[in-house]
Design a protein around this ligand. Structure first.
Ligand code: SF4
Ligand code: SF4
Length: 186
């Protein structure tokens, strides 16, 4: 997806602000969000860089980045921002935009992991680690990375063969349905 000259109309910025409900345009590049981000060393773009690129309408580069998929939604950035910008919500909105716009990712593993995780939570009301791992391995066709760790995890009781369904699974499923309905209205 090529970057466009959207900075002339600011439509990418307006779109991200509308979807995330937070004033991205108020960012003044203090970098406090990036310096508190635990995933920053592995990201191709820092959160503050993402903010600036949104200002500049660099939609293609932002939506194709690994950073938006590596973001762990920990909200450290949101807590640290002096302008009360909900940076984590921005990253979340960018992921949704990338999916809707069928952006081709150079490295799709982050998106594949995210999808496998959410599917597991939606189905069981909590994550079923083994099921999630199998779904991710099938999606990514990466069958051997970290395979040697599964034996240790079984022996320490960190993985179970069968899912334990949460008592609130129906409420979680309802939340997923509601989020989908809300998303369709946007
Ligand atoms: S929510 Fe994402 S971008 Fe923000 S600090 Fe956490 S991992 Fe980094
Ligand atoms: S902390 Fe807030 S104002 Fe500072 S760079 Fe990040 S988003 Fe912008």
């Amino acid at each position: 997806m090529p970057d466009t000259l959207e900075w002339q109309t600011g439509s990418f910025l307006k779109d991200v602000e509308r979807r995330s409900g937070t004033p991205v345009g108020a960012c003044f590049q203090c970098h406090k969000c990036s310096t508190g981000c635990p995933i920053a060393p592995d990201m191709d773009l820092l959160s503050s860089q993402v903010m600036r690129m949104i200002h500049l309408g660099q939609e293609g580069s932002v939506l194709e980045s690994r950073a938006i998929w590596l973001c762990a939604s920990c909200e450290a950035c949101t807590t640290r921002c002096p302008m009360q910008i909900d940076v984590a919500a921005v990253m979340d909105s960018l992921r949704m935009m990338a999916v809707e716009r069928k952006v081709e990712l150079g490295d799709p593993r982050g998106e594949q992991f995210n999808r496998s995780f959410l599917q597991s939570v939606c189905r069981h009301g909590r994550v079923f680690e083994l099921g999630m791992m199998v779904a991710y391995k099938i999606r990514s066709r990466d069958f051997w990375t970290d395979a040697e760790k599964s034996g240790k995890m079984f022996s320490k009781g960190k993985l179970s063969l069968l899912p334990k369904r949460s008592g609130s699974a129906w409420e979680v499923a309802r939340l997923f349905r509601r989020a989908e309905e809300e998303e369709k209205k946007r």
